[in-house]
Write a protein that binds this ligand. Structure first.
Ligand code: C2E
Ligand code: CA
Ligand code: CA
Length: 503
């Protein structure tokens, strides 16, 4: 439980930076995506605004053209005003009509809000044949179109701005926080500024299609539907990514809460040390050899077993370094009648960056022992690469030098009889799970006897691992398994403790 909590703590300590980084990146990504969607939305909206304006202008100028042929202004009496009102009612584009001529003066229906002053200003500021303007000083803002019929004679169409807005924005138009200017033939048709205060972010766009141009300065709204959509889907996604990616990274870079950095630190602090467990002659209980195993004295967790850190060391190619460290700590302590058994991973025997055989022979020098006093244990759990010619060559070279070869955890892997024939190990180490079936009713019980028989038939020595009880010892002895190892004889201990006790 404590170990699990410690592991969890380690994962959190190593993962939180990744979590934050992924959150920041996701937030940035979401903001960019949002900005992109809003910007795309604005572009298509602007396009529809320009196209609607074009359509609006086409209708207005078309109608003005038609009306200019129907209405002939020569005087401004009630009848003329009535005709103007009737034409305006029939018109799709205009709410009011007026005309201006030397004979009739400025002639309009009584309710026409357009001031003659505005007409004068408009005529002065542009040149014909069509004048376009917008009067938003009036009570009801409107667009003005003027067509020249003859020198000094003009037909004037007035449309309430609301009709234009309905076309441009339908009923959403009030929600658009923007400065918008619409030009037809570079003449201002409509302008709005509905930006409140000083916005932090604005999007500026300009779009021209045909004779219509729109300039917009748009303020994206915090409650914009697109933002909300991204927030609703994006935040759970962000959290999911934030949790799963660090978990994956942490998982790949660690094993049971141990990270490479921890191992480097452990080496620097000399926290990794060797323990030895005797392999005995079960008849006399006298050691014939010692298996060298690693331990890690962790400052907070206490002694850590190898299956926590060996896989990490293996993954990062640190097993050679470990072996050098362990052997340097037991050198010249071993009794000359005993051998030392070391655990090697198959990788260490096929390593291409250094010569595996020389590496191992160099270890015997470092230990101050003869090659005959060294046994290498290759675990059966990992599948051996039979076809690798360098593996066979290395093993043969080591055997010729006198080094003993043992297959560790025999019966747990899948190397089988073919492997025994090919590599001809000196020993197999029967895995403790088989030894523990002795006098139990486990179904693999008969397998133990078969393994013993197989080894005997092939002339391979046997070491039984994990012997814990007298019954197991006796049973194995009765089957001729003399070499045994297990807690019955001794737990793995520091070299100093073992040899001091034996002295
Ligand atoms: P292994 O080589 O099979 O080592 C024997 C394991 O069984 C050791 O566990 C030992 O403490 C344990 N053991 C010994 N006697 C008994 C017993 O009577 N009963 C029970 N239940 N267990 C017993 P440990 O030290 O935790 O090592 C686990 C594995 O880690 C080893 O299995 C070995 O494969 C690997 N290992 C340990 N040290 C090294 C090393 O220096 N290098 C490499 N490459 N692997 C190592
Ligand atoms: Ca072993
Ligand atoms: Ca073993």
């Amino acid at each position: 439980m404590i170990q699990r909590l410690w592991q969890l703590g380690r994962y959190i300590r190593h993962g939180w930076q990744w979590f934050i980084l992924i959150q920041i990146l996701s937030l940035l990504g979401i903001s960019l995506a949002c900005w992109h969607s809003i910007s795309n939305g604005l572009d298509s909206r602007l396009e529809s605004i320009v196209l609607s304006t074009q359509d609006y202008y086409r209708r207005a100028s078309g109608e003005l053209d038609t009306l200019s042929r129907e209405i002939v202004p020569n005087r401004c009496d009630k009848d003329a005003q009535y005709r103007l009102t009737q034409a305006a009612i029939r018109s799709n584009a205009f709410d009011y009509l007026a005309y201006l001529s030397d004979e009739a003066g400025y002639c309009r229906a009584a309710n026409n809000p357009l001031s003659p002053m505005f007409i004068g200003e408009l005529l002065d500021s542009q040149s014909g044949p069509i004048w376009i303007g917008s009067d938003d000083r009036a009570l009801v803002p409107h667009q003005v179109f003027i067509a020249q019929l003859a020198p000094g004679t003009y037909l004037i169409g007035v449309a309430k701005t609301v009709h234009l807005l309905e076309r441009l924005f339908s009923y959403h138009y009030q929600r658009l926080q923007a400065q918008l200017s619409l030009y037809v033939d570079n003449r201002l048709l409509y302008q709005q500024d509905s930006i409140d205060g000083q916005p932090l972010l604005t999007m500026q766009r300009q779009l021209s299609i045909g004779n219509v141009r729109a300039d917009i300065n748009y303020v994206p709204q915090p409650l914009h539907a697109i933002w909300m959509e991204w927030v609703i889907y994006g935040i759970p996604l962000m959290l999911l990514l934030g949790m799963s990616m660090p978990a994956m990274l942490v998982y790949r870079r660690s094993h049971k809460g141990v990270f490479l950095d921890d191992l480097n630190l452990a080496y620097r602090r000399n926290e990794i040390y060797p323990v030895l467990q005797p392999i005995v002659d079960a008849r006399t209980r006298q050691p014939v050899g010692y298996e060298l195993m690693a331990r890690w004295q962790h400052p907070t967790m206490g002694p850590i077993t190898p299956d926590t850190f060996i896989p990490m060391m293996e993954r990062f190619g640190r097993l050679d370094q470990l072996l050098q460290e362990l052997t340097s700590q037991v050198q010249r302590q071993l009794p000359s009648i005993c051998y030392l058994s070391i655990n090697l991973s198959a990788n260490q025997l096929t390593h291409s960056l250094r010569d595996p055989a020389s590496f191992i022979l160099e270890l015997t020098n470092r230990l101050g022992i003869l090659p005959q006093q060294l046994m290498i244990e290759i675990t059966e759990r990992e599948a051996l690469d039979y076809d690798n010619p360098s593996l066979l060559a290395t093993l043969m070279e080591l055997k010729q030098a006198g080094i003993k070869l043992a297959f560790d955890d025999f019966g747990t892997g899948h190397n089988g009889i073919a492997c025994l024939k090919l590599f001809a190990p000196d020993y197999i180490k029967i895995d403790k799970s088989y030894v523990h079936t002795i006098h139990s009713d486990a179904i693999q019980g008969p397998v133990l006897d078969s393994i013993i028989q197989l080894a005997n038939t092939m002339g391979i020595g046997i070491i039984a691992e994990g012997v814990e009880t007298e019954q197991q010892r006796q049973y194995l002895l009765s089957r001729g398994v003399i070499h045994q190892q297990g807690f019955l004889y001794s737990k793995p201990k520091r070299a100093g403790h073992i040899f001091a006790a034996e002295d």
